[in-house]
Design a protein around this ligand. Structure first.
Ligand SMILES: Cc1cc2nc3c(=O)[nH]c(=O)nc-3n(C[C@H](O)[C@H](O)[C@H](O)COP(=O)(O)OP(=O)(O)OC[C@H]3O[C@@H](n4cnc5c(N)ncnc54)[C@H](O)[C@@H]3O)c2cc1C
Length: 421
């Protein structure tokens, strides 16, 4: 028999944040129902980390916070109340072993993201929370400045509190189509314009198409906005059919998207030889060109560059591919050196939000109490996950934020005095 004196919480959205919020609220004694729009919960969670699910990152919480940019401060409470270690313990206790890989990235030991969803569902069942699938929430019902319930498919569901966890607007086929923004707006919340983050970038130069599929490692990637270097990362880069991608580019994409929307000039400059400063590179070129003076430059450059890049290099430095090592002039060597240290890619755009790993923007965090995840406008409305204006680098931080805010919102909602519904 259900206890009518207990709070009845409706969680809108059964993604990472919603599933965690629901279980935490049920464990704290509330009656909980998740309304999930899709036929299955956790569709996005099940494809994370290229199907392996990078659950979290093992870095210190203080370090984790630095990966959230300007809104990291807002997340401090949530990340301290349910830490990365708490999350790892939670999964381990529920039968999911984890492994920590390069860069502190934590994955399920079996490497199967769909199993993470399964573990969460089993835990939910145990906690007593229920889930109703194929139930898109369309409307909040209000009375005296509080939510008294939600409407899904024309049916009214009474609630003493509501947790909105509908995610962002990227990868819409997983169910995250931005519905939550309209629901929050309908009760007076301000939405920071949603825009793609962790998204591949598009380069105007059609010649780069030839490099599609090429992956470069150990290079310096520098982002320039209006000719000013704003960030430099040493890692890898992948050429795509219309631009560039890979973890380094994704990390730089948030700032790039904002700059492009501002109509700023953006380019990325690659240092293809970060281990050699200009002087060392000059000696290396001189040595190679003298030692193998009879060889063509195309052949010589293969020792310095992936084969696929040689033609682009010669094209951009305007040096003849047939030129032999001993024929390279001082000026040509200077151009080569400069190109190897500063291969410039003009960024003309980004892939659409549907292809972004996360959505930047969302519910203005100033309108949320960071200690509880409760709305500052509507006492019995809570938020969790990507719907909030938070964004992080790759490395497991985004899921940690979804789980931490979900846990905090669930517990806070369960502790809220029941409102007669
Ligand atoms: C391809 C990909 C790989 C990723 N890999 C990683 C990774 O390895 N590590 C990491 O940290 N992050 C990763 N992310 C980001 C991470 O998946 C998200 O930040 C996280 O899933 C956000 O969780 P959420 O619960 O807030 O939203 P979501 O997971 O998007 O869940 C929202 C849920 O709400 C439901 N919903 C929407 N509208 C309604 C409605 N009106 N009524 C009812 N239900 C509704 C949706 O169907 C969905 O189930 C990845 C993202 C993508 C796209």
């Amino acid at each position: 028999m259900t206890d009518k004196t207990k709070p009845r919480i409706i969680v809108v959205g059964g993604g990472a944040a919603g599933l965690m919020a629901a279980g935490a609220a049920a464990e704290a004694g509330a009656r909980v129902l998740i309304l999930e729009k899709m036929k299955q919960p956790g569709r996005k969670l099940a494809i994370t980390g290229k199907g392996r699910c990078n659950l979290t990152n093992s870095a210190d919480i203080a370090d984790c916070i630095t990966h959230f940019g300007k809104n990291g401060r807002f997340l401090r409470q949530a990340l301290h109340r349910f830490t990365n270690n708490n999350l790892i313990d939670f999964f381990n206790t529920n039968g999911l072993k984890t492994v920590t890989e390069r860069g502190g990235r934590v994955f399920p030991a079996h490497g199967k993201a769909p199993e993470v969803v399964k573990v969460l569902r089993q835990w939910l069942n145990k906690s007593g929370a229920t889930i109703r699938l194929s139930s898109p929430v369309e409307e909040f019902k209000m009375k005296d400045d509080q939510i008294v319930g939600v409407v899904a498919e024309g049916e009214f569901f009474p609630a003493t509190s509501v947790i909105l966890a509908t995610g962002g607007a990227s990868y819409p086929l997983t169910g995250s189509t931005g519905d939550g923004y309209h629901l929050a707006e309908s009760v007076g919340h301000h939405i920071i314009t949603p825009r793609p983050a962790l998204v591949p970038l598009v380069c105007a130069d059609s010649n780069l198409k030839k490099l599609a599929g090429l992956s470069l490692r150990n290079l310096g990637v520098r982002l320039f906005i209006n000719n000013k270097k704003v960030k430099e990362i040493f890692r890898e880069l992948l050429f795509t059919k219309d631009g560039i991608s890979g973890p380094t580019v994704l990390t730089l994409s948030g700032m790039t998207v904002d700059a492009l929307q501002n109509r700023d000039e953006v380019y990325i400059s690659l240092d293809l030889k970060p281990a050699l400063d200009e002087k060392k590179l000059e000696s290396r070129l001189l040595r190679d060109f003298q030692k193998r003076g009879k060889e063509s430059l195309s052949s010589l450059l293969r020792g310095l560059l992936p084969q696929e890049m040689v033609a682009t290099c010669l094209d951009q430095t305007t040096i003849s591919p047939d030129c032999q090592g001993h024929q390279v002039t001082v000026d040509e060597r200077k151009r080569l050196r400069h190109w190897l240290k500063n291969f410039r890619l003009h960024i003309s755009g980004h892939r659409p939000i549907a292809e972004a790993i996360i959505t930047a923007g969302g519910i203005d965090s100033k309108e949320i109490n960071p200690k509880t995840m409760a709305s500052r406008h509507i006492k019995n409305l809570f938020f969790a996950g990507e719907i909030v204006d938070i964004q992080a680098d790759t490395g497991g931080y985004n899921l940690q934020a979804a789980f931490s805010t979900g846990h905090l919102a669930g517990k806070s909602a369960a502790e809220t005095q029941p409102f007669k519904a």
